[in-house]
Design a protein around this ligand. Sequence first.
Ligand code: C2E
Ligand code: MG
Ligand code: MG
Length: 676
Amino acid sequence: MRQVHIGRRLARPLARTSLLVRYGVISGLLVLCLALALGYVLASTVYDRALAQSEQTAANIAQLAVGPLLQRDDFDQGAVAPERRERLTGAMETLVAHRTVVRVKIFDRTGTVLFADDPDLIGQRFPEDPHLQAALGGQRSSDLDEPDSAENASEASLGGRLLEVYVPIRKSTAAGADRDVVGAFEIYLPYEPVASSAEADARRLVLWLAGGLVVLWAVLFQLVAAASRRLREYAREQAERAQHDALTGLPNRVLLADRANQALLVSRRSGTSTALLIADLDRLKEVNDTLGHHFGDLLISAVGARLRGELREADTVARLGGDKFAVLLPEVIGVDAALEVADRLVAAMRTPFDIDDVSLETGATLGLASYPEHGRDVVRLLQCADVAMYAAKSDRRAVRVYDRSMDAFTPDRLALFGELRRAIENDELSVHYQPQVDINSGQVTGVEGLVRWQHTVHGLLPPDDFIPLAEHTGLIRPLTWSVLRMAARACQRWRAAGLDLTVAVNLSVRSLLDEDLVAQLDHLLADAGLPASALELEITETTVMADPERSLAVLADLRGLGVRLSIDDYGTGQASLAYLNRLPVDTLKIDRSFVIAMLGSSNDAAIVRSTIELSRSLGLGVVAEGVETEQTWQRLRELGCDAAQGNWLAGPAPADSVPDLVRRLERRLGGAPARA
Ligand code: C2E
Ligand code: MG
Ligand code: MG
């Protein structure tokens, strides 16, 4: 158990150390082992060679300096003849005086000393000595002396370690044929000079070897360190790229989520708030379309830098793509503090951007969501901030803080929003037209354009499924213009074919308050070659009441243009009669809910009747929507209603089938054809 703990304790720091350090240590150890092994081999080779050289020296002395002074007889008789002994002693003394040898012994075949420089040794026997035996067998051998051995007892006094070399002595027989081994020399050489020269050689070699290996290790380490540094830099660059937006260099969605998670952890511990803002840049499309994408890119970069400049070091500005940025404010005091930052950012975005000497004006719409009030995780907070941003766009406000009432902007709705935007841009919406019939003449006087969306998954969607979304998100403006263009073109085609029809288009509040509405309508009618009187705009009481004064002015301008105006869904809103009286409208359209129910409900019947009377007294035309039966049609005629629209007459139909539909309907009602 304890061992396992210690093992783990050692393994942990090792696992933490960098690969490079591990490489350095392991390769260093390997090089050290190699150095030791090579050093050992080299040193022993040097020593062996030094010994071999000494052996050879000894053999040379034996054969050249001592051997010739002996004769075979000396061995056969077991004693060196006196005259030769004298010469031997002389030669010995010379060698010893030069310190070439320290001692010489000459043995006969029985291992008896025949001659030695120390006369006391003559006659002693060492038949057991293995080296002597080897020499007598014809083999040269050597040994470092062992002073404690019997044979070397007399050499102990000579001082220092000695190298003994045994050399066989060969002499010819009397006949002179064979050179038999007749005895052996034992020559003692001083070992210290041999050892110190070998030691010096070995030391030099080992030092060179060690130096070489250290240099080799250092060069390899340098190379590996450089490669590892380059790899680390590359890995860091890759990681940076995966977490940053290429255009602005700001964090991308991945890094934002990471930092937001960290911030939420801190907030959870410290009890502070974390705020998330989503900013949508205004007018980027215009810049791209008019000045090119290069300018658009420069603008986005400049916006990123400016946002960054307005914030604390600890805050994060991220680009989510396109013209969308996100701002993470960790550890804020609360929603109000975050809102102050949001206001500051909005103000900063309003200052024009100088790009390549062009002053670009833009702005941003911000949505704000905060932990813990609106969401407890990053995904939810991003969603809420997104929803708040679209709500702000819808209300034409610069900043909005998320609240539950905005939940119409659920993720499903937001997905639908993206699709609707694409559908509008790609002209995938269509308009169906429903006839309005003059009750007295049975003549079709006009049609109402009703938008449809052929959705790839959900099929043909009615306007109630997407108009509210378009109204909340600002998409209603491009949608209305698209419907207006289609309706004007269709109406112009019918008129060219001889059908004198007006076309009515529904206008929501956002479109009515559109600053360029009147001017653009003028263009649109001119482009379509349609007189203004052929266009009718339907607005509801609620639309008008959103901004009564503005509405009044716009309606007056529209009237001035010659466009016809009607109040749609009359009876469902809260407009006061006095106010209605001031509106420059031509027609009231009674809401279909009253008309559908008028035969069965006296209340609804009363509303229909009073609306008809009111129109009369105000001098307005009156149209009943939702005529589903012939009885309703008859009753409306009796009540003096001017016109009717409803499924009993005809449901909404595509533009191309309108001429046929009109002719069939008029034939059915026996009315005069709607011809110019
Ligand atoms: P709305 O302007 O009051 O249009 C009349 C609606 O009543 C149409 O519904 C029409 O199909 C329906 N209708 C007609 N006759 C009958 C009938 O006999 N019985 C019944 N039950 N319904 C009948 P639709 O096409 O679904 O349009 C609904 C609403 O969507 C429209 O009400 C209008 O407020 C809005 N809308 C339609 N197109 C547009 C548009 O282009 N722009 C805007 N802003 N709103 C539009
Ligand atoms: Mg309408
Ligand atoms: Mg209506």
